[in-house]
Design a protein around this ligand. Structure first.
Ligand SMILES: Nc1nc2c(ncn2[C@@H]2O[C@H](COP(=O)(O)OP(=O)(O)OP(=O)(O)O)[C@@H](O)[C@H]2O)c(=O)[nH]1
Ligand SMILES: [Zn+2]
Length: 198
């Protein structure tokens, strides 16, 4: 990403058959004893298929970067970016916020792109740990910053609404790379500005 200022990021190409998904949703619901004959439920298999397809389709975006002409070398951090994904074990949503920071090298990134990168990796069946690491690794590879930090705080509905029913519990994950991992002062500053107790 040092030569090209803009890179077009496409959603992952997935073999998708919405008609088959709709049929499968109808079979699934009927197997669970749901009567699909009423007017309000008749379209539910279609809504389910389209709903999950939507959750699994990130928006394409341009990764725009700029030269760091001012040699800005302090932390850039965007915090409290809303995040929603789907846990790959139960296909139930997990919802929360992500904080993303980096220590610039030769280039800086358009701020909105940090949120778009998070959305890009969140729109698929996920594990919170993997999602955290994918965002950090991708920024590291594309931007070559001196350090990257990503923290996700999320509530997993598979843990709060069903199963153990730990209402209000939050899961916190972090990935730190480069100077944000190695240098205690930078690490501390990142967690402090992100509003996370380290
Ligand atoms: N590490 C990790 N675990 C997750 C994530 N999302 C969901 N899980 C967990 O995945 C586990 C799946 O465990 P299983 O025992 O196979 O599923 P289960 O019988 O439905 O388990 P319970 O939720 O305890 O009722 C559960 O402990 C979930 O809480 C995630 O992002 N990361
Ligand atoms: Zn789950």
């Amino acid at each position: 990403m040092t030569s090209n200022a803009t890179l077009h990021i496409l959603p992952p190409a997935a073999g998708r058959d919405l008609a088959a998904a709709e049929d499968a949703a109808a079979t699934f619901l009927e197997a669970l004893g749901v009567d699909l004959t009423s007017e309000s439920l008749r379209e539910t298999p279609r809504r389910m298929a389209h709903g999950y397809a939507e959750l699994f389709t990130p928006r394409a975006f341009d990764l725009t970067t700029f030269p760091n002409d001012e040699n800005y070398d302090e932390l850039v951090l965007i915090r409290n970016v809303p995040l929603r994904s789907v846990c790959e074990h139960h296909l139930l949503p997990f919802v929360g916020t992500v904080h993303i920071g980096y220590l610039p090298g030769e280039r800086i990134i358009g701020l909105s792109k940090l949120a778009r990168v998070a959305e890009h990796f969140a729109c698929r069946p996920q594990l919170q740990e993997r999602l955290t690491k994918q965002i950090a690794d991708w920024l590291d590879e594309q931007l070559h910053p001196r350090g990257v930090g990503v923290v996700i705080e999320a509530e997993h509905s598979c843990m709060t609404l069903r199963g153990v029913q730990s209402l209000g519990s939050a899961t916190v994950t972090s990935t730190l790379l480069g100077a944000l991992r190695e240098d205690p002062r930078s690490r501390q500053e990142f967690f402090s500005l992100a509003g996370v107790n380290s």
